[in-house]
Design a protein around this ligand. Structure first.
Ligand code: NZQ
Ligand code: ZN
Length: 385
């Protein structure tokens, strides 16, 4: 196992009715800005629950944070923050709203010239407004982690800072019942691939991390398809297991002390940046190709994955690995996700631009061994055609 330091201070309130806990979490004298997206929270009662919980507080609101949040949209919140002396942000939504709020929190106290430098030049974020989160879409893990991804002019770039980690997060599985099938699938597959990015590398004998990851993968494989079935549509136990899996998949725990990959995500971000494809759907296209192209480097873990997650026991090691990859693709298809570039109407002609973008963003040595050069990324995209 590799050395590591681990902490995650986000206090989690999990379960039905827990939105009311916001009242005790947000300081009584705070001037709060509630941030949200396109309005789903008004249709499913989440907005009303939040407003009810904040009835003793002074609060304002900022809406319109879009999926894959845009820099220009987020910067509009800064004026409201200045005007009303806002000193607490409450993000209510999915990964985009929480990520966007993290950027707002950092940009509001940024001392440099241009807050875009936070992602473009990876300028360290040392101060940020405090954040609380009410999660409505289990997927990204943003509700308890230190990362965020922001888009400007087709450039989708991440940043990380411990000061933007939410102080608390409310995870109520009941609020996920209003999700469309498409967003359920995107979320389940995103969480599955977060787990894979921290698992499918090379072994450092991190038994706890491996078995924890395998448990999350198996839970997502069991519960994900159920959430799409009419007989389980309103099953809160299914939603609870998906929600907790997604948070645990990217809260730092399973990635502590083990190598990490993240090439699927970095290639996926270029697909979203250039073609607007949903985050989760970029990943279900790229991961199978990464598994195939990087088969040699990931050999032992691919075999372990096939045996332990999919219970493959027949054939040679190579056959078991291939079967594991096939079953992973089948799972994505059962979740109604694309698994090839052609499934989203992209082809060979589109690869050059994606490679140019990877180069422009410095994504030239990806993967656990930094061996996914631009040439390897091209091979991955060709394999995904
Ligand atoms: O905007 P509203 O109206 O709320 O609708 C949203 C949005 O249209 C809707 N939605 C959310 N909760 C709902 C709901 N609709 C009905 N009922 C509910 N309960 O879902 C749509 C998509 O929301 P979005 O927040 O974009 O989805 P997701 O949570 O998948 O977030 C994706 C973003 O997170 C980033 C991605 O790159 C992408 O920008 N990521 C953040 C990470 C992190 N911070 O650690 C890691 C991830 O790998 C990822 O990169
Ligand atoms: Zn992701």
């Amino acid at each position: 196992m590799l050395n590591f330091s681990f902490e995650n201070q986000t206090r989690i309130h999990f379960g039905e009715g827990q939105i009311a806990k916001i009242a005790g979490e947000v300081p009584k004298d705070a001037k709060v800005l509630i941030t949200y997206g396109g309005g789903s929270i008004k249709g499913n009662g989440v907005y009303d629950q939040v407003v009810d919980a904040l009835k003793e507080h002074t609060w304002f609101e900022f809406s319109g944070i879009e999926p894959n949040p845009k820099y220009d949209t987020l910067m509009k919140a800064i004026a409201i923050i200045k005007e009303h002396n806002i000193d607490y942000l409450l993000a209510v939504g999915g990964g985009s709203v929480i990520d966007g709020t993290k950027f707002i929190a950092a940009a509001a106290l940024f001392e440099g010239d241009d807050p875009w430098d936070i992602v473009a030049k990876q300028q360290a974020v040392k101060r940020a407004l405090p954040i609380g989160a009410v999660l409505t879409l289990p997927a990204t893990g943003s509700e308890t982690n230190i990362g965020a991804v922001v888009t400007r002019d087709g450039n989708k770039l991440p940043f990380m800072s411990p000061v933007v980690r939410p102080q608390f997060a409310v995870l109520d599985p009941a609020v996920t019942l209003s999700l469309s099938d498409r967003q359920i699938s995107n979320g389940v597959v995103d969480a599955f691939i977060h787990t894979m990015e921290q698992y499918l590398t090379y072994s450092v004998n991190g038994k706890v991390q491996d078995r924890f990851a395998e448990g999350l993968l198996q839970t997502l494989v069991e519960e994900g398809p159920k959430a799409l079935q009419p007989e389980h549509k309103n099953d809160l136990e299914v939603r609870a297991n998906i929600m907790w899996s997604a948070t645990m998949a990217l809260n730092g725990l399973i990635g502590a002390g083990v190598p990490q990959d993240w090439s699927t995500h970095m290639i996926g971000h270029e697909l979203t940046g250039t073609h607007g494809i949903d985050h989760g759907r970029t990943l279900s296209i790229v991961l199978p190709a990464v598994m195939k192209v990087c088969k040699e480097a990931k050999h032992d873990k691919l075999l372990q994955f096939a045996q332990r997650v999919w219970h493959v026991s027949e054939g040679s090691d190579e056959q078991k690995i291939d079967k594991g990859i096939e079953l992973t693709e089948d799972f994505f298809k059962r979740m109604a996700m694309p698994v090839r570039l052609s499934d989203v109407d992209l082809g060979e002609k589109d690869i050059d631009l994606l490679i140019e973008k990877l180069e422009a963003h410095g994504m030239v040595a990806l993967g656990e061994n930094q061996t996914t050069t631009l040439a390897v990324s091209r091979e991955i995209l060709n394999t995904a055609l």
